[in-house]
Design a protein around this ligand. Structure first.
Ligand code: ATP
Length: 232
């Protein structure tokens, strides 16, 4: 495997990792021509309520989920530093130091996560360090107010992100041509799965087989995870 082809970086809370996450990563690899995919469980995600499971448990589930997927790896650094907030800008800077200035890095995001990018710490600097590929699916399309509302739009919430999107928009073929800076939408299979719904189902005593890989289900069962509502 080339050490220099585009590397996909996919962060998330993964509480727990599920088939929606894994299909996103697998389809990104195929659609975008990525050499490898690195999953990055967040240690202490700053923009959401505290995860149900400990960082080490979420990491263990991701490790089991990708064990039989060639070309996939896990970055443990955010989990190791879970006493501090996990900022993507810091993770990308570390990945950039690790892989050198020339290797294309591609941050993978769902359309919902991309639409909230302006809330992220130092978000504009993300484009100096990586490309961003945005996974779209029915019900989770990219909505660009400045394009859909015509002249006069683009002054309010989301305007700065719209401007970045319009100037940086590219295709999969652009990713290998530069180390960073493009925004590339790509379509994935629609799987209406969320970690929230999986946690709720488990708390009700329900069965989540085939919503998560069997190896993740084994871990959940053997550690009795998510059997009570959060905070109990
Ligand atoms: P929660 O329900 O706890 O908020 P989640 O299932 O949305 O969790 P996260 O770990 O918060 O999972 O998401 C990580 C990334 O995965 C985000 O970029 C999100 O857009 C994407 N994602 C989550 N669920 C799906 C899905 N079913 N299909 C495609 N992408 C998804």
């Amino acid at each position: 495997m080339s050490e220099t082809g585009p590397l996909g970086l996919f962060g998330g809370t993964f509480d727990p990792v599920h088939v929606g996450h894994l299909r996103l990563a697998i389809e990104a690899r195929e659609a975008l021509g990525l050499d490898e995919i690195c999953l990055i469980p967040a240690g202490n995600p700053p923009l959401r309520s505290a995860p149900h499971c400990a960082a080490e448990q979420r990491l263990a589930m991701v490790e089991r989920a990708i064990a039989d997927l060639p070309g996939f790896s896990v970055d443990r650094a955010e989990v190791a530093a879970a006493d501090q907030p996990s900022y993507t800008i810091d993770t990308l800077a570390r990945q950039r130091r690790q892989h050198g200035p020339r290797r294309p890095l591609v941050l993978l995001l769902g359309a919902d996560a991309f639409s909230r990018l302006e809330a992220w710490h130092r978000w504009r600097e993300l484009f100096d360090l990586a490309h961003i590929a945005v996974a779209t699916r029915p019900g989770h399309e990219l909505t660009i107010p400045a394009e859909t509302q015509g002249a006069g739009a683009g002054q309010g919430q989301g305007a700065a992100l719209d401007a970045e999107f319009r100037s940086r928009r590219g295709t999969a073929a652009d990713l290998a041509k530069a180390p960073a800076g493009r925004i590339v939408p790509f379509a994935i299979t629609a799987l209406e799965v969320s970690a929230t719904a999986i946690r709720e189902r488990l708390a009700r005593g329900g069965n989540v087989r085939h919503l998560v890989p069997d190896a993740v289900l084994d871990y959940i069962d053997s550690h009795q995870l998510y059997r009570t509502p959060h905070g109990h």
